[in-house]
Each structure stands twice: as structure tokens, then as C-alpha cells.
Ligand binder design. Structure first.
Ligand code: HEM
Length: 314
């Protein structure tokens, strides 16, 4: 996957990476966000309805191998699972379509994002960093959220810890454009729901857990049986805003099932594979295209720059 030609996007991506480095420290070989993770392997099987939305290759085949990475938020590779700042948890999925051909989904467990653009997200991170130990009142981050109601709503949204990575719902947040065999186009957002059902812990229960409780739990769970999710798309209506990750769509929007993600094992050489794999927020596959959301091109550049740096680390 290439870096965008737009130099401004690349410069902003670089500034965001430096900002993460400043907040979490530099940890060569690890991601500057969602640093602690685990890679699993499994299979995607499409649902009957999937071709209504897209002609993408993985919905037309009987099954497609997948790699899936669960992660804690934050750029700290040892982030304790029982720390509330480890929310929202992340899920990144790669569909292996052929040798070196793939398409990905990057999602997290909060339905939304604090800012519409990358420039604003950089300001948000700068304000958060400047507020650490700040004696100013209000602090820079309090000032930022006071003037950015969507960021305030995101910050205030409860982000409880799940009891298991397998009992959490993950949201794609940025819209994609789905194109079916007849050329019909529809915008939609991924929603990945656990077949085991959602289950969240109270803050007290979560803080009493072990720092490795979620990663230990998912390893033991997948050792005794498959872990499965339903891959859904929340389909936009023509009045819905499709280029703004801070905008919610009404809950009554149709959910179309694309299929099931079934995990059956932990990937071999996990640390090396995690270091190597670079998930791409842009689908780059026939039948699923990026929406005009400005976060997508930027994130693709950020993840690529970050991934190249991670691969180059000793
Ligand atoms: C401007 C907005 C954003 C920035 C600057 C940003 C930044 C980053 C960075 C630097 C990484 C590490 C990437 C790598 O080294 O491979 C990352 C990973 C990740 N981000 Fe974001 N992010 C943004 C928006 C989002 C959104 C909207 C979501 C949720 C839909 C999200 C979910 C994740 C997840 C799950 C990972 C881990 C992916 C993996 O397992 O490799 N991010 N992000």
C-alpha cells in the first residue's frame, strides 16, 4: 500500500506519530497506539444477505482465512488490562484473499471518535499532553472539550471493560461505501458483535482483576473452543452524514449481516507477526471503497508510517 501523494497528509501523519511518542514514550517494535495486542487466526464465512451490499471477493467465496488482532488502547506495550485507560479495546481483522492480497477492518469498542479531522485530533492530543500535571484552571484539555462538544461527548461516553475480548462489540466508526454486483452503492459502518453476547464489568470489578486478565482469558477460551462474532454493516439512509466519525446514525438503521468471524487459534510467532502486520483502514478491494471521511486517508498514512518504523526496529 502506498503513502498518499498529498504532502500535507503525510506531514500531519508524522506529527501525530510524534505526539503519540511524546505521550506514551518510544517503544521500538511496538505500535504507538494499541501497543499491547494478540494475533489470532480463523475463518470468515459469508451470510446469505451479504451480496445485497457488496460484490467483494470474500462474500462470494465459501470461506476466507483471517488474522485478527485484539488490543488495549494506549501506546504502552505493557498496558495493564485492568487499567480503565486500556478502553476502548481494539479489533483489527485481515481477510487473506490470495497470496499477498488482503482487505482489512480496523475497529474499536466505542461507537464514535472525538474529532472529525486529523488536525483536530492532533490538537486534542496536544491539549491532553499539556494537561498532565498542569496547574492551569481550566486545563488545556478542559478548554478543548468545552469548545468541542463532540469531543466532550466521546470523552464522557462510558467505556466499561469487557469481561472478555470475546464479549465486546466493536465499531468501524468511519463509513465505507459498499458496491454490489448490480453497481448499487450504499454507505455503511461495520459493527462486529460477539456471539457470546456483550458482558461488561463494573469499574470496581475491573480494577480488581489481574493486569493480564483479558489476554489470559482469550488464550484459554480459544484453546477450548471457537470464538465467534457476527460481522454486520449498519446501512446509512440518504439523510445520514457519511464523512464524519463524530456523527451517530439513528439506531433503527438496517443492520445487514456480512458473515461470521470464527477464531480457532493463536497465531504462531505472535510477537514477530504483530511487529510485521500493518493493518490498513482503507479497504482497497473491489466492492468496498473508502467514504469521503477525512480520517481514512490520514489514518492509512499514519498506520503505514508507523508500521514501517516498527518493521525496521531491531
Ligand atoms: C486521526 C485518527 C486516528 C489516529 C491518528 C490513530 C492512530 C493510530 C496509530 C498510530 C496506530 C498504530 C498503527 C500501527 O502502528 O500499525 C493505531 C492503531 C489502531 N487504531 Fe487508530 N488512530 C485514529 C483513529 C482510529 C479510529 C477511528 C479507530 C477505530 C475505528 C482506531 C482504532 C485503532 C486500532 C484498533 C488500532 C490497532 C490496530 C492493530 O491491531 O494493528 N483508530 N491508531
Amino acid at each position: 500500500m502506498p503513502l498518499p501523494d498529498n504532502e500535507k497528509v503525510v506531514a500531519l501523519a508524522d506529527a501525530l506519530l510524534k505526539q503519540f511518542d511524546g505521550i506514551f514514550g518510544v517503544h521500538p517494535g511496538f505500535r504507538p497506539a494499541h501497543a499491547k495486542g494478540l494475533l489470532l487466526s480463523g475463518t470468515f464465512t459469508p451470510a446469505a444477505d451479504a451480496t445485497f451490499l457488496t460484490r467483494a471477493p470474500h462474500v462470494k467465496r465459501e470461506s476466507t482465512p483471517i488474522s485478527l488482532r485484539f488490543s488495549n488502547s494506549s501506546g504502552i506495550p505493557t498496558m495493564p488490562d485492568n487499567n480503565p485507560q486500556a478502553n476502548p479495546r481494539g479489533m483489527a481483522v485481515r481477510f487473506h484473499l490470495a497470496e499477498r492480497v488482503h482487505t482489512d477492518i480496523v475497529s474499536h469498542a466505542t461507537d464514535g471518535f472525538p474529532t472529525r479531522t486529523g488536525e483536530e485530533f492532533l490538537e486534542f492530543l496536544q491539549a491532553a499532553a499539556a494537561s498532565e500535571g498542569s496547574k492551569e484552571s481550566p486545563t488545556p484539555i478542559q478548554k478543548f472539550v468545552a469548545s468541542h462538544p463532540k469531543a466532550l461527548a466521546f470523552v464522557q461516553k462510558p467505556k466499561p471493560s469487557p469481561s472478555s475480548f470475546a464479549r465486546e462489540t466493536y465499531f468501524g466508526v468511519t463509513a465505507m461505501e459498499f458496491i454490489n454486483a448490480g453497481g448499487e452503492r450504499k454507505f455503511g459502518r461495520y459493527r462486529i458483535m460477539p456471539e457470546a453476547g456483550n458482558d461488561h464489568l463494573s469499574d470496581d470489578a475491573a480494577s480488581g482483576k489481574d493486569p493480564e486478565f483479558l489476554f489470559d482469558e482469550i488464550k484459554s477460551r480459544v484453546a477450548v473452543g471457537p470464538v465467534s462474532f457476527r460481522l454486520l454493516v449498519q446501512v446509512a439512509e440518504s439523510s445520514d452524514v457519511v464523512d464524519d466519525a463524530t456523527e451517530h446514525w439513528p439506531e433503527d438503521r438496517r443492520l445487514v449481516e456480512l458473515g461470521r468471524l470464527v477464531l480457532d487459534g493463536i497465531s504462531e510467532d505472535n510477537p514477530a507477526q504483530q511487529q510485521h502486520i500493518i493493518f490498513d483502514p482503507i479497504p482497497r478491494v473491489d466492492g468496498i471503497e473508502a467514504s469521503p471521511d477525512p480520517l481514512l486517508e490520514l489514518r492509512a498514512a499514519v498506520y503505514l508510517l508507523s508500521g514501517r518504523r516498527r518493521r525496521a526496529a531491531e
